[in-house]
Ligand binder design. Structure first.
Ligand code: IVH
Length: 673
């Protein structure tokens, strides 16, 4: 190397160290000790030197990582990121333990277990080469995740540099948001009048997916490490528990509840203690994990296609909490449907505050016999919508009257709420009901429909109260001069709103059909209809029979769709949308191979890479069926997070293979298990 390059190499090394240090001070400690301009000039100097000396460039250089937005590019995991086998009861744990004994064979016992908490966040894998953090990726489908390096650099628990690390070290762990931090975030949102986040897990996932690493770092995400991935040139371990000491020595955060025990009884005691202590921690856990501690036995036990045989997650029972039922209100939806819901004294259930829960309809309220003034039990399992289970009768105040469904709509126009024979729901039939009008506009602008950002409940109410808007087509005819005169609507809000309204015009037929709010037509149905007809004009001209011919459509939906477009008021709205140049075209038909022709695949629980309808669509578009129950004909049961216990039991009884998301993705591709 010439002297010049030597100098350059030295300066490059110095600049890289300085930039990493200042970046750390800025992002993690929130205490920058140089100005932004000084920081930028260091980066520019480094970029220039690297450009002049390409042989000295490095993927780990801060010019490649610092400040660059997360790319979310696919990352193939060197060692797959598997999920964990689950036990929903101590019996199921005992069965697993027996299977373990059988698999190890005569005379060999599983020996010690490492017991850990099961954190309810998101798994990431962080890769270090020569002690430098080079990449962080999400789990994805277990084989391929997404590159989230830029955002992980902003998590203060994740070391960026290691001293004395192996050549290559991959560490797996859970990104989470502290409950206290989650509550602070929500308080700030409430103060601004914005809607609150649902739970810490989803908020953590959203934060890790922010495009702006500075905004992501501001969320104060945390991390626990719990498992090694790819390791090259590292020490030889004999026990999983030794890896914890190794990780802690290198500066990785290891949870302090980890415990090594010798017997299955002690594992169960750990599970029980974890469950009863779950609210003492400032992070959410949804279970506990036991891992065979001996790495030799782990290797002998091996893995199935989706989980290692040497580990099991014990999932906690869904949580129930008592709270006061303050009142029962009735909300009016965009189709006039009157839905009773419980107004609850706010209560923390499974990590998020619940203050409302749907009671579905009159019969459900009567069946549960919940009365305003009752103490009721509220349940929430994982992401599932909160549910009122029933009253605590021993605490019912004397003389508490049963609740009666209101006879009239609460819009103040004195319209009766009617319930037809054979229908569980009440409807307000007033076509000019202001509550219905607002609900419809909100629904039209919602994410699943036309996805108009900034057009939520508050904006809709503000616009309708100011007489700027009276139906969905009016969104595209808004008089922005008048909008500007509304207090709180600055130029930025107006510009943003105009842009999102404009963008919504190209959503296409599926979202538009959802937004039109056709009775009996759900979100999936709307997309199926859009695919089948390709253009709104063809649906406008279609007969009932033509609509009924769509796969999966019955007479009720077909008649409802036909009646909707036969109604002159709806036609008029359609024509105004056309005049506003809202796209009426359906999605391009994407041809996928019919790998699941005539097969049945059941999905239970939430998957990371698919929405509920998305998983179903993926099966249906490949010629398969995806009913809600497991039967003899089921090819496989796909398990996501928080699956239904009954489906698992049924699948086990019938010998139906239970597969995870990664295997599901392969199944979609190949049609084979
Ligand atoms: S170990 C091969 N340990 O659970 C085993 N996972 O269902 C790899 N999780 O994706 C995982 N706490 O997000 C492990 N102490 C823990 C865990 C844990 C939470 C999550 C992780 C993983 C999922 C598996």
């Amino acid at each position: 190397m010439s002297d010049v390059t030597d100098d350059a190499a030295a300066r490059i090394a110095q600049l890289r160290d300085q930039i990493v240090r200042h970046n750390d001070l800025y992002f993690r400690a929130n205490k920058p000790d140089i100005t932004d301009a000084q920081f930028d000039s260091l980066v520019v100097e480094l970029q220039t030197l690297e450009a002049e000396n390409p042989e000295l460039a490095a993927a780990s250089s801060p010019t490649q990582t610092v400040g660059a937005p997360a790319s979310f590019a696919p990352v193939a995991h060197e060692v797959p990121m598997m999920s964990l086998d689950k036990a929903f009861s101590t019996d199921e744990f005992d069965q697993w333990h027996l299977r373990l004994g059988r698999a190890l064979g005569e005379g060999r016992a599983a020996g010690a277990f490492a017991c850990e908490l099961k954190f309810d966040g998101l798994a990431i894998s962080v890769r270090y080469e020569k002690g430098k953090l080079v990449r962080a990726a999400t789990r994805g489908n277990g084989q391929v995740g997404e590159d989230v390096t830029a955002n992980v650099l902003g998590i203060r628990d994740v070391p960026q540099e290691l001293v004395g690390a192996p050549e290559v070290l991959e560490v797996r762990g859970e990104v989470y948001l502290e409950i206290s931090e989650f509550n602070r975030l929500n308080e700030r949102l409430s103060e601004k009048g914005e809607s609150r986040y649902a739970n810490p897990r989803n908020t953590a996932a959203g934060s890790l997916r922010l495009k702006d690493p500075v905004a992501s770092a501001a969320r104060n995400l945390r991390w626990f490490s719990y498992q090694l991935g790819d390791v090259v040139g590292g020490p030889a371990f004999t026990r999983h528990s030794e890896t914890f000491e190794f990780l802690a020595d290198l500066g990785f955060p290891v949870n302090d509840q980890v415990q090594v025990v010798d017997t299955a009884e002690e594992v169960k005691a750990f599970f029980a203690k974890a469950e009863s202590n779950r609210h003492l921690f400032d992070y959410e856990i949804d279970g506990a994990v036991a891992k065979v501690d001996s790495l030799v036995l782990q290797r002998d036990l091996g893995v199935t296609s989706h989980h290692p045989r040497w580990a099991i997650a014990f999932k906690f029972a869904p949580e129930e909490q008592p709270t006061k039922l303050l009142d029962i209100h009735v909300s009016i939806g965009g189709k006039g449907k009157a839905t009773p819901f419980a107004v609850l004294e706010p209560v923390l259930v499974a990590g998020s505050t619940v203050q409302m829960a749907t009671l579905h309809n009159q019969d459900q309220v009567a069946y549960k016999d919940v009365r305003p003034g009752d103490t009721v039990l509220v349940r929430k399992a994982g992401d599932v919508i909160p549910e009122v289970l029933g009253p605590v009768l021993s605490e019912r105040p004397k003389g508490l009257a049963p609740w009666e469904f209101p006879s009239h709509c609460s819009c103040g126009l004195n319209f009766p709420l009617t319930r037809n024979d054979g229908d569980a729901a009440h409807y307000c039939l007033n076509t000019v009901c202001p509550l219905q009008r607002d609900a419809w506009i909100e629904h039209f602008a919602a994410r699943a429909a036309m996805d108009i950002e900034g057009f939520g409940e508050r904006t809709v109410r503000l616009f309708t109260e100011h007489d700027l808007l009276s139906d969905i087509a009016g969104i595209y005819e808004l008089d922005f001069e008048k909008v500007r005169r509304i207090e709180g609507f600055g130029e930025t809000s107006v510009t943003n709103l105009q842009a999102s309204i404009e963008a919504s015009k190209t959503r296409g037929l599926g979202p538009l059909l959802i937004g039109l709010n056709i009775r009996h037509l759900g979100d999936t149905g709307a997309h199926v209809l859009a695919r089948a007809f390709g253009h709104l004009d063809r649906i406008l001209d279609a007969t009932v029979d033509e609509v009924a011919a769509v796969d999966g459509f019955g007479a009720t939906i077909a008649q409802s769709v036909h009646a909707y477009f036969a109604d002159p008021a709806n036609r008029a709205i359609v024509e105004r949308l056309r005049a506003a140049e809202v796209s009426f075209e359906g999605p391009e038909v994407v041809q996928v191979a019919p790998t699941l022709e005539g097969r049945t695949v059941v999905v239970s629980g939430t998957l990371a890479g698919f929405s509920r309808d998305g998983a179903k669509d993926a099966i249906v578009s490949r010629g398969g069926k995806s009913p809600g129950t497991v039967s003899k004909k089921t090819l496989a049961l796909v398990l996501g997070d928080s699956p239904g216990a009954s489906k698992i039991t049924k699948a086990e009884e019938l010998g139906v293979p239970i597969i995870d998301e990664a295997t599901f993705v392969l199944l979609l591709e190949s049609g084979e298990l």
